[in-house]
Write a protein that binds this ligand. Sequence first.
Ligand code: GEK
Length: 241
Amino acid sequence: MKKDELYADPQQVVPDFVFDERVAQVFPDMINRSVPGYATIINMIGTLASRRVTRGSNCYDLGCSLGAASMAVRSSMPHQDYALIAVDNSLPMLQQAAKLLELDQAESPIELVCSDVRNVTIERASMIILNFTLQFIPAEDREDFLMQLYDGMQDNGLLVLSEKIALSNEASQNLFTEMHHSFKKAQGYSDLEISQKRSALENVLIPETLERHKLRLQKVGFTTVEVWFQCFNFVSLLAIK
Ligand code: GEK
């Protein structure tokens, strides 16, 4: 696994973050050292899938990056009577995902689709994974997009929504930001790397509060909405139709 050193050297102007070839090459290292609890969330997505992906249904991994969540689903499933569809709009990420899937010795297929997640037709979904993807969708589109997902889900279908969140209380926001940066420092990132990455993401990753996420999921129609994981400002929710 290649080490993420994309922000190690000082840059005069830090351009907006994009999921390009350079990011695809270092992505597993980047996300593991940037998102506290990422490995746990991926593992638990597998556990959730093993209980919730029903026979004859579809499971979608939207914003799949290199397919980590899809591979966790595939390796945890007790039956093969389902389709797993992994979608991302970054071709370099999907090309890297295809290479990793080839190395992952498993029988059931994962369909890789290069598309904006908002343009995918969702049908017969027993599980939809949005693992740190909604935060990159323009905020004004999020409700319609979630409604589209809800409409394509079976009754009792499960949405897993993981997000970096904002806190409405300023002291809490500062505390969690500081704790996240301490986590990244402990993972070997320098202050320069942390601050340049933060600038790169500023206009690209737009976090919302946990309250906002919960209310919107309820408004869209999900009956059960629960936080199942939180580490500082990183949260994963379950929403059941
Ligand atoms: C994981 N889920 O490892 N349409 C399709 N893909 C998109 C869109 C969009 N509109 N916007 C962003 N992406 C993964 C990690 S990373 C999270 C998800 C992160 C894709 C983007 O190309 C990238 O691959 C992914 O969403 C977000 O479990 O890097 O913080």
